[in-house]
Design a protein. Sequence first.
Length: 127
Amino acid sequence: MISGSWRPSTGFVGNFKRSIRESVSRSRSTYVLQEGLNNVAKHSEADLVRLSLNKTNKKIEMAIEDNGLGFDLDEVLSVENSRRGLGLASMKERAELSGGSLDIQSVKGTGSTIRASWPDKGIQSTS
């Protein structure tokens, strides 16, 4: 497989196989990735972020893990904080609209993990 590099301005470095890049770049999954990293930069105060993209068993699997502040997911997604959790809700909706799923885990003081997966055949070009 041919590999390519990705190096955003934040200093993260990742290498992704072409088949993964092509599958991910044609879908709403790029929004989930972008919004997840934006949330880390904006809210987490993390000094370590792990990003993984894997293609296994006909699935594309993505995980974003940080060692930041963490948060109470129920509190963020509550009706009283509906504007605050809009990005997370939008990420979940976009993952599901593109045939995937999204799981968010977070504990105050220990960081957060966002996991998303899509069937490789279910990733469609969308606007």
